[in-house]
Design a protein around this ligand. Structure first.
Ligand code: CA
Length: 186
C-alpha cells in the first residue's frame, strides 16, 4: 500500500515537473537546446501603459519577474515580434487611427553602459542576466543615440507597402514606452 502511494506521489511529482503554465495574462514560450526544453512566461500588458525604463523594471519586479531579455538570437526575438505585431494589428483595427511610430515602442531589459554613436556599437548589457549582448536586431540607422539614448526598445516600423515590423532601437531611458516582462520557469 505504502509502495503504491509512494509510486503515485512520484508520478504526480513527475507530471508536475512536466507541466509548465503561466498565470493569466502571461504567455508561455518554450525553447529547446542541448536536448532540453526550457520555459519562460512573458507579459506584454496592455498598450498605452507607457513608462520610463526604470519604472518598467520596477513594475516587472513587482510582478515577480524582470524586464524581458533576448539573449539567444533570433528564435525568441521572432516570437516576441510576432506577439507585438498581433497586438498592434488588433489595436489598429479597434482604434482605426495609427499612432506615430515612435509612440509604439516596448522596453527590453538592456542598456548601454558605455558610449555609442552611429559608428560605435557601444557596450550593451542584458540587465537581469548581467551578460553582454552578442546578437542585435537594430532597425535602419539605429542605434543613433539621438539626444542621448542608452536603453533598448522594440520600435514599430511600417513600410510604404504597409508591411509591419518591430526592430530594436536605442531610446531615451526617461522617455515613455510600453514594456515586456519575463519569468523563467525552466
Ligand atoms: Ca534611436
Amino acid at each position: 500500500m505504502i509502495r503504491h502511494i509512494l509510486a503515485s506521489l512520484l508520478l504526480g511529482l513527475t507530471l508536475a515537473q512536466d507541466t509548465h503554465f503561466c498565470n493569466d495574462g502571461w504567455e508561455l514560450y518554450t525553447s529547446s537546446w542541448a536536448g532540453e526544453e526550457h520555459h519562460s512566461c512573458f507579459w506584454f500588458g496592455e498598450r498605452r501603459e507607457q513608462v520610463t525604463h526604470d519604472s518598467a523594471k520596477l513594475l516587472c519586479n513587482a510582478m515577480g519577474g524582470f524586464m524581458a531579455e533576448v539573449p539567444y538570437g533570433p528564435h525568441l526575438n521572432n516570437w516576441i515580434v510576432n506577439k507585438l505585431l498581433e497586438k498592434y494589428e488588433k489595436a489598429v483595427q479597434e482604434a482605426d487611427t495609427r499612432r506615430p511610430d515612435y509612440g509604439v515602442q516596448y522596453w527590453l531589459g538592456a542598456r548601454d553602459f558605455g558610449h555609442h554613436n552611429d559608428h560605435l556599437p557601444g557596450t550593451w548589457m542584458w540587465e537581469h542576466r548581467n551578460t553582454s549582448i552578442e546578437w542585435f536586431d537594430w532597425g535602419d540607422n539605429e542605434p543613433n543615440n539621438f539626444n542621448g539614448q542608452n536603453c533598448l526598445s522594440y520600435l514599430h516600423y511600417e513600410s510604404i507597402f504597409g508591411f509591419s515590423e518591430f526592430k530594436w532601437n536605442d531610446w531615451d531611458c526617461d522617455a515613455p514606452a510600453d514594456f515586456i516582462c519575463e519569468i523563467i520557469l525552466d
